[in-house]
Design a protein around this ligand. Structure first.
Ligand code: Z5A
Length: 218
């Protein structure tokens, strides 16, 4: 845990993917991974909640519909517990080896889901981010899709997990939460219209990645 007041460390080789339900992150992640292969460098593709054996177990607790639902505070602390483990055990070691790390969701998801949608205290989320996460991505691709379209896609896949079973207004707040963060940090975020066909969305994501790599200091 870092001391209070320590600024977040922006990681030049850390890229995150964000979006609401059914935005198409899985397809884009595969395309980014393929594009990064051309660098010949190590690539670590990971996800949240999850990314280590223990964090994957916490993911199960968060998304399972068969036990008592966590309170909003429990949910927030569980996502940060999983993230603390993920950062220390997977992300930071990979970055220290010089690998590229692409994570399907990261701390922006907590601001969108636990903050904007669930009504959690944003100052507390920011404090958890500083104290137990400490790092931030240099590039975040936000796949933006209207809620009705995203939910139709996600629910078309079959049974919904606990968070996917929320009402539409919850996902409207998630979407607005993400868009607000993207407007506040335009140098980090690239917003992609994810209503386009999957191959077009993937191609735009790859173009943003290539432009980012070209601009990055050697
Ligand atoms: N969560 C949280 O609350 N707080 C946090 O801090 C974090 C997470 C980190 C699990 O995340 C849950 O955890 C999530 C937020 C919460 N809420 N829920 N539920 P997740 O990322 O693992 O789960 P997800 O958001 O449910 O992922 P998803 O719905 O699978 O989204 P996706 O990966 O973006 O979609 P996809 O699997 O690539 O595509 C979904 C379907 O749409 C699939 O059939 C595709 O073929 C189709 N698709 C994709 N793109 C297109 C396009 N462009 N056109 C047409 N069809 C498409």
């Amino acid at each position: 845990m870092t001391s209070p007041g320590t600024p977040l460390q922006r990681q030049p080789r850390f890229i995150t993917l964000e979006g609401g339900e059914g935005a198409g992150k899985s397809t884009v992640l595969a395309a980014l991974r393929e594009a990064l292969k051309a660098t010949g460098e190590e690539i670590v593709a990971t996800r949240e909640p999850g990314g280590t054996p223990l964090a994957e177990q916490i993911r199960g607790l968060l998304l399972d519909t068969h036990h008592e639902p966590p309170t909003a505070d429990t949910e927030l602390l569980l996502v940060f517990a999983a993230r603390a483990q993920h950062v220390r055990e997977t992300i930071v070691p990979a970055l220290q080896r010089g690998a590229w790390v692409i994570s399907d969701r990261f701390t922006d998801a907590s601001y969108a889901y636990q903050g904007a949608a669930r009504g959690g205290d944003v100052q507390f989320i920011a404090e958890l981010e500083r104290r137990v996460v400490g790092i931030a991505p240099a590039l975040t691709l936000l796949l933006d899709v209207p809620v009705a379209i995203g939910l139709q896609r996600a629910r078309g896949r079959g049974a919904s997990d606990r968070i996917e079973s929320e009402r539409e207004d919850f996902f409207e707040r998630v979407r607005n939460g993400y868009l607000t963060r993207a407007s506040a940090e335009p140098e980090r975020f690239r917003v992609i219209d994810a209503t386009q066909p999957a191959d077009v969305v993937a191609a735009q994501a790859v173009a943003h990645l290539r432009a980012f790599i070209e601009r990055a200091p050697a």
